[in-house]
Design a protein around this ligand. Sequence first.
Ligand SMILES: Nc1ncnc2c1ncn2[C@@H]1O[C@H](COP(=O)(O)OP(=O)(O)OP(=O)(O)O)[C@@H](O)[C@H]1O
Ligand SMILES: O=C([O-])CC(=O)C(=O)O
Ligand SMILES: [Ca+2]
Ligand SMILES: [Mn+2]
Length: 594
Amino acid sequence: MKGNGTATPKSPMRLRKITTSDKHDGICQDMSAPTVKAQTIDELHSLQRKKSAPTTPNQGIQVPLLLSLKKNAKNSSSSPSELYEQAIKYEKGSFITSTGALATLSGAKTGRAPRDKRVVKDDDTSEELWWGKGSPNIEMDEQTFMVNRERAVDYLNSLDKVFVNDQFLNWDPKNRIKVRIVSARAYHSLFMHNMCIRPTPEELENFGTPDFTIYNAGQFPCNRYTHYMTSSTSIDLNLARREMVILGTQYAGEMKKGLFSVMHYLMPKRQILSLHSGCNMGKDGDVALFFGLSGTGKTTLSTDPNRFLIGDDEHCWTETGVSNIEGGCYAKCIDLSQEKEPDIWNAIKFGTVLENVVFDEHTREVDYADRSVTENTRASYPIEYIPNAKIPCVGPHPKNVILLACDAFGVLPPVSKLSLAQTMYHFISGYTALVAGTEEGVKEPRATFSACFGAAFIMLHPTKYAAMLAEKMQKHGATGWLVNTGWSGGSYGSGGRIKLAYTRKIIDAIHSGSLLKANYKKTNVFGLEIPTEVEGVPSEILDPVNTWSDKKAYNETLLKLAGLFQNNFATFTDYKIGKDNRLTEEILAAGPIF
Ligand SMILES: Nc1ncnc2c1ncn2[C@@H]1O[C@H](COP(=O)(O)OP(=O)(O)OP(=O)(O)O)[C@@H](O)[C@H]1O
Ligand SMILES: O=C([O-])CC(=O)C(=O)O
Ligand SMILES: [Ca+2]
Ligand SMILES: [Mn+2]
């Protein structure tokens, strides 16, 4: 019974000995258990780690050389716990928050850099992809891609270790894609662990050759003097080689959205529609899609305690229904509140990556209102952190297609029912308005139009996706809706953002089918059908003209926005959608008339 805590100091001036012997009353002492057969902390430490089963993927993160990566990558994924330790040890700005999330810093870039994205133009892609005005695909040649690839691989090879994630995209088993992500930061590896679909140990054992690989050397810049480069950031996609290279940005969203671009290329080839949308399902199996640009409410509104979450950002619509592409969610968390978004709040726990948030240095409590690092603070968590996630993340054909716009001009109604032609018009337009966050002196909201509510990620011409959407909505009888999650009662600066509670009531009425039965009237200019009543929403806000005290200003603003829509749509007027020209003409007529 020697050893543990009974060492006797030799000093004659010692303090009175504290008795720890087994001679006293014996309460709480269990002498029946054998003692630990170790004396030193190192010996104990070697006992404390139980060997992983042979199929367990977590076998350390040392992958010596990328050149020999194929051989060694099989067993190389790390667990969230290991990644936490690596991040905290080696990556400045990594901390555990009071709820157990991993707070990280993404560095100088805190959002995506679409102007630095390049796509290799070769004989095939020059024909297949959408190039030119409005397109996100800025060309580069194969040679330049190889120069950047070499730079990234050399950088990764110079490191002691790299992280390798072997994972899946798409919950539809017939159209699952295998992806490998090679990165230098534990933060990036944990992010992709959360965002992609996690393989079982057996699936990992039999993973084989990936369909697509990302080399993320984001800490290292590209060479600005390389042809086609305009900054030290470059995100390069080579569809022929099935590879992507990232240089000069550590913003993790580039990986997620880079893979989404790949899906926007691969899926339409199989007659599958890829969508920048959230998706959820009611208890009766009614599915809703939520389209919208960044910050319009896809994650917020698809994460609904009363419905099953299928996914918050990227989906496919096939002949049999919908499937989520991802295995996790990526929620905006600026001003996040426990009361308004309880499911997202509760998902911020161990395993969740919290990007660029500010927290108390002692208590590690996050201040979600703090914009010191960026307005675009984010939380990335596995989808099963949402209690009512629908696993596997698939569902039947959608019943409602909800187009979200954050209209900072305050002239679009909180909700309108759309005809199929109007749905297509607004889908192709992809409108939202940006407000300049907390910046001073910005009084005017800025309209942005992004085709298919995600022009930054589409690879083919927008009308290709629009035609597929029209065909599917028609075939399955889905209803289109336009929901303004932006300003009411005046433009940005005078009105305010519509209360989330009201938007939720509107969405509830769409899901339940009650809104379909409401009385409608048609608005001027945009010709939108607006309900006269929605349960739980003050009726006077349903027609924006009522909420503006200055009616002249309202009319001017309405016409101004209509003009912006018209200018934007001019580039699409020459394109044909569907088999005959009828729908095309209807779509053109479904825009604002003034
Ligand atoms: N009426 C409203 N409806 C929806 N969201 C609102 C509303 N009012 C405020 N918000 C806030 O707007 C933000 C919507 O962001 P959300 O994460 O849902 O965007 P997203 O469409 O998923 O964008 P991304 O594609 O960038 O992930 C949230 O921070 C939410 O709290
Ligand atoms: O991709 C990102 O960084 C965030 C996002 O969801 C979007 O911008 O649509
Ligand atoms: Ca989102
Ligand atoms: Mn998104």
